[in-house]
Design a binder for this molecule. Structure first.
Ligand SMILES: NC(=O)c1ccc[n+]([C@@H]2O[C@H](COP(=O)([O-])OP(=O)(O)OC[C@H]3O[C@@H](n4cnc5c(N)ncnc54)[C@H](OP(=O)(O)O)[C@@H]3O)[C@@H](O)[C@H]2O)c1
Length: 313
């Protein structure tokens, strides 16, 4: 089969021939139809610490093409989506265990497309887990730093769906997109001091912040805009938890696959929200599988609006 393979440090992940995997007892062999790009894909590639060779990518949508002898939950021909962390999603075939919190899988409802299903897993489960960790509900005010990317664009819609008031930051040119995601108060980070602007609008402080962007120094400024007892989640491990605690902020560095939302049920929740018209996944581009390197390069710029999906004919 063809796959985006990293064989040695510095490999860009170009397509190569790679052995088609065989399912173990509890595994499903999936013919990949679509896969989406997440920042973790190029981060893993660039770190060069994972045993090589390995196949890039984790979010997939596809069709079950074979099942292990002890795998009984899915039938050949069923459409499934999920996270193939171990065997990689940027390949014509991948393997997933039929039940594993670290690599969840679920059926794709009939009226959800392959591209949308492939775009959902990592960004959607992270958004779901973050909103739970932040206790976002009716009446909460949530600030999302980086609201028009993969995680932010889903988190904004979910927060609105729960009745929260959503404040979001992104480049000025993304204001319209942010508004379509349900952002009521948009703050452009490239038009002056966004935190000063937020502080003057919310002098009593914001209840919760989902920060998808700021490093360890910049994130400390967020403490100024959170109310006493408010909550902060960083998805990039930037929050100094004791430092925030001294300032009466409950901070957490979220690792999606260690949360209860990283599960079959979490994926079903996402698919149901799409089916019910409560969640729309912005797809920035659908690109042919052969353009995987260019898709990773685009993600690495940090300026993709929503998700890039790779399609496999
Ligand atoms: N810990 C975990 O389990 C976990 C899970 C998922 C994701 N993550 C991480 O979380 C981060 C976000 O993921 P993602 O998929 O949403 O990434 P993404 O799709 O690349 O989105 C990042 C967004 O940040 C915006 N941005 C860039 N600089 C900004 C700034 N200074 N202020 C405000 N917004 C800014 C960009 O919008 P503009 O174009 O408008 O600048 C972009 O849309 C990544 O680092 C990813 O690896 C971690």
């Amino acid at each position: 089969m063809k796959a985006a393979v990293v064989e040695r440090p510095g490999d860009p992940g170009s397509l190569k021939e790679f052995p088609t995997p065989t399912p173990a007892q509890n595994e499903l062999l999936v013919r990949v139809v679509a896969a989406s790009v997440n920042p973790i894909d190029w981060k893993v590639r660039d770190r060069g610490t994972r045993p090589m060779p390995f196949v890039l990518g984790q979010d997939f949508a596809g069709v079950v093409s074979a099942t292990g002898a002890a795998a009984h939950k899915y039938n050949e021909g069923e459409r499934v989506f999920g996270i193939a962390r171990e065997h990689g999603a940027f390949a014509e075939y991948t393997l997933v265990p039929e039940e594993d919190r670290d690599q969840p899988v679920a059926r794709i409802p009939d009226d959800v497309s392959d591209a949308v299903a492939a775009a959902l897993p990592t960004a959607g489960l992270t958004a779901l887990a973050a909103l739970e960790a932040l206790h976002v509900g009716a009446g909460s005010t949530l600030l999302i730093v980086g609201v028009t990317g993969g995680v932010g664009s889903i988190a904004a819609q979910m927060a609105r769906d729960r009745g929260a008031h959503v404040v979001g930051t992104a480049r000025a040119q993304n204001e319209n997109l942010a508004r379509t995601l349900g952002v009521e108060d948009f703050v452009a980070y490239d038009r002056g001091d966004s935190l000063a602007a937020i502080k003057s609008t919310y002098p009593g402080g914001i209840d919760a912040v989902l920060d998808l962007v700021d490093d360890g120094d910049r994130i400390k400024r967020i403490a100024d805009v959170i109310r006493d007892g408010g909550a902060l989640v960083s998805t990039i491990g930037a929050a100094d938890v004791p430092w925030f605690s001294e300032r009466k902020v409950v901070a957490q560095n979220l690792i999606m696959n260690q949360t209860p939302q990283s599960s079959h049920e979490g994926l079903r929740t996402l698919a149901q929200m799409v089916e019910q018209g409560r969640l729309r996944v912005p797809i920035a581009a659908e690109r042919h599988f052969s353009e995987v390197e260019a898709a990773l390069a685009a993600s690495k710029t940090g300026t993709v609006d929503g998700k890039i999906v790779l399609t496999l004919p």
